[in-house]
Ligand binder design. Structure first.
Ligand SMILES: CC(C)(COP(=O)(O)OP(=O)(O)OC[C@H]1O[C@@H](n2cnc3c(N)ncnc32)[C@H](O)[C@@H]1OP(=O)(O)O)[C@@H](O)C(=O)NCCC(=O)NCCS
Length: 153
């Protein structure tokens, strides 16, 4: 799939909420996206397919020389075609003066963990019982970190 990646501003909250709903079981609502997009240092990027359809997005926040990957999500119907990797590579490649990048991922999210490890992220910590799951279970968050240069082709 040929992708176009473009940045989206605060007006993109509806679109990101719709895409998130197509990607996860517990999506953020429009106001959560609006609030997040308004945070200092936040950049949202949208991946658009060659058919003109938005298929994924990434939110990254930079504060001084650190950045955090806040969310990456790809429409269930458009997975495993390199969209998330392309979004991450563009977002990481365009960070300015960043020395470290962090993110949190659920320890049972094998797809995302493989994605991040493939881009050079390594374990830097673990938050016990960080994510609530239906039925009262809790799942650890793994904190992953990375530094430039990132292994993007
Ligand atoms: C995780 C997610 C963003 C991956 O999106 P994607 O566009 O399908 O990922 P890509 O096609 O770019 O995959 C890149 C690499 O990630 C890994 N990967 C992606 N999906 C995988 C899966 N289901 N199983 C194992 N590895 C996977 C692979 O290493 C893959 O490389 P390969 O296809 O060359 O083997 C997507 O599954 C998603 O939106 N999940 C729900 C939201 C989520 O979990 N976000 C991350 C929260 S921290």
């Amino acid at each position: 799939m040929t992708l176009t990646i473009e940045t989206v501003g605060g007006a993109g909250a509806d679109l990101l909420a719709a895409l998130h709903a197509a990607a996860v079981d517990d999506p953020w609502d429009r106001s959560a996206f609006a609030e997040t997009l308004a945070m200092a240092g936040m950049t949202a990027r949208l991946a658009i397919s060659d058919a003109g359809k938005p298929v994924g997005f990434i939110l990254v926040r930079q504060v001084l020389d650190e950045a955090e990957v806040i969310l990456v999500a790809v429409d269930r119907a458009a997975r495993r075609q390199g969209t998330a990797r392309a979004l991450l590579c563009q977002a990481l490649g365009q960070l300015d003066g960043v020395r470290q990048v962090f993110l949190e991922v659920a320890s049972d999210n094998a797809a995302a963990i493989a994605l991040y490890r493939g881009l050079g992220f390594t374990d830097v910590g673990r938050r016990r019982g960080y994510y609530a799951r239906p039925g009262g279970q809790a799942v650890d968050a793994i904190v992953l970190g990375n530094s430039p240069p990132f292994p993007c082709r």
